[in-house]
Design a protein around this ligand. Structure first.
Ligand code: ZN
Length: 167
């Protein structure tokens, strides 16, 4: 597996709007997805976007299984979304202490719509449309923000909600 480095807040790549993925079904794309899953698992992330490892492309992965950083969340299968777009947001919102591998040891309260309808492409370029709610919806919204050059801390309404967490 290729080496990777998780970029931290302040890095210019994290502030850029990522470019769409092209070249579906290619070896390069499959390897990128494998690297994203590998890095996410190594770092105990619940999600990881390509710009976080320095690749400014519109692709991210997420998933949860026995994660020490999110011990109370239900499992979510490993999923990769390519060129994702959210097409509907629910009006009901949820507050949650978000974290991010690019902002280690910090959590902050972020209000987001509870459920979304989103579309994306799979590794072969097929278009799919799905709904998500709860933690999965939050993970998708958080990771999509990375593709638009935004970190969760920019969505924290009350900076006094920021907390330190050892993991
Ligand atoms: Zn993040």
């Amino acid at each position: 597996m290729k080496d990777y480095k998780i970029l931290k807040a302040g890095d210019e790549t994290l502030k850029q709007v990522a470019e769409p993925v092209t070249g579906f079904g290619s070896k390069g794309l499959i390897e990128l997805i494998e690297l994203l899953f590998h890095a996410m698992h190594q770092e105990n992330g619940a999600g990881l976007a390509a710009p976080q490892i320095g690749i400014s492309r519109r692709i991210f992965v997420y998933g949860i299984k026995d994660n020490p950083r999110y011990p109370t969340e239900n499992p979510i299968p490993d999923t990769a979304l390519i060129n994702p777009e959210i097409i509907e947001y629910s009006t009901d919102t949820v507050d949650y202490y978000e974290g991010c591998l690019s902002l280690p040891t910090i959590r902050g309260l972020v209000k987001r719509p509870n459920s979304i309808v989103y579309k994306y492409q799979d590794v072969n370029g097929n278009y799919l449309e799905k709904e998500a709610s709860g933690f999965e919806s939050r993970a998708i919204q958080h990771e999509l923000d990375h593709l638009d050059g935004k970190l969760f801390i920019e969505r924290v309404d009350d900076l006094r909600s920021i907390i330190y967490t050892p993991i």
